[in-house]
Write a protein that binds this ligand. Structure first.
Ligand code: MN
Length: 266
């Protein structure tokens, strides 16, 4: 049977990375695009629950939702498609999703939503090719050719080998040239923790959260960050279950008896 592939993103329906991903996956199956109608980066795993969302068909197999990436996967898998897709692919994001950033990422959250629905899911992000020149966002460029090829190859692997329940793949493609592929763990982002303050025209003090400037990353050979920095594609398996098993065992032994005794009613 032809594979059914749901493609979404968090950069919105007009992002070239979204269409690069759809084009790269078309040789593997029937691609349906369901994407936010505008940019929803850093939307994380939000679902729109307090208002109705509109689903619009733009072209055959291409839909927009005035909601979040997670809304798109939910509606795409349960309403647009007649059966659950065989793969959810999210991206190709304009910029990396590495380290702690994955917890803010709408790109990764769309793949998480696919995983929750029981569908093998991958998130793909492309690092910027040139360093961000302050004050000129357009100085940041992206090459979708390599990341599209990587997405196609990873998707074939998923079709061949499957993915365990509750596990998704977070793929980051470095700035060209790519020198190889590394399977990695999620690294740690050490933010500079700056808050920018400004006064608006009405004299109110406002704030920018996150500086957008260079951040320091944990230096360790086996991380997503080190991998893309050295020119390798990074493939990180992420687990939907956020429980930390070893610490759970420890607090069961060291914390639970006292806490339990204090609140026990019998
Ligand atoms: Mn984005």
């Amino acid at each position: 049977m032809t594979k059914s592939i749901l493609v979404t993103n968090d950069d919105g329906i007009h992002s070239p990375g979204l269409h690069a991903l759809a084009d790269a996956l078309r040789p593997l199956g029937e691609v349906t695009v369901v994407a936010p109608d505008r940019e929803k980066s850093a939307a994380s795993h939000a679902l729109t629950l307090r208002r109705p969302v509109a689903l619009r068909r733009l072209d055959p197999g291409i839909y927009t939702v005035d909601g979040t990436p997670a809304d798109c996967v939910y509606l795409g898998a349960l309403r647009v498609l007649e059966r659950k897709p065989d793969l959810v692919a999210s991206g190709i994001n304009r910029g990396g999703n590495i380290g702690d950033d994955v917890t803010y990422s709408g790109t990764v959250a769309a793949a998480l939503e696919g995983t929750i629905l029981g569908i093998p899911s991958i998130a793909i992000s492309q690092m910027a090719l040139t360093t961000h020149e302050r004050g000129s966002h357009d100085a940041v460029r992206f090459s979708w050719d390599t990341s599209g090829r990587v997405a196609g190859r990873i998707a074939s692997q998923v079709f061949t080998h499957g993915l365990p329940d509750d596990i998704l793949l977070n793929v980051n493609v470095p700035a060209d040239p790519v020198v190889g592929v590394r399977c990695t763990r999620q690294g740690k982002h050490l933010y500079d923790q700056v808050v920018h303050e400004a006064v608006d025209p009405r004299g109110r003090i406002t704030y920018w959260v996150g500086s957008g400037e260079a951040t320091v990353m944990e230096q360790s050979e086996d991380t997503d960050y080190t991998s893309v920095r050295n020119g390798y594609v990074s493939v990180t398996p992420l687990h939907l279950d956020l429980t930390h098993r070893r610490f759970l065992e420890r607090i069961q032994q060291e914390w639970e008896p006292d806490l339990d005794a204090e609140f026990q009613t019998s």
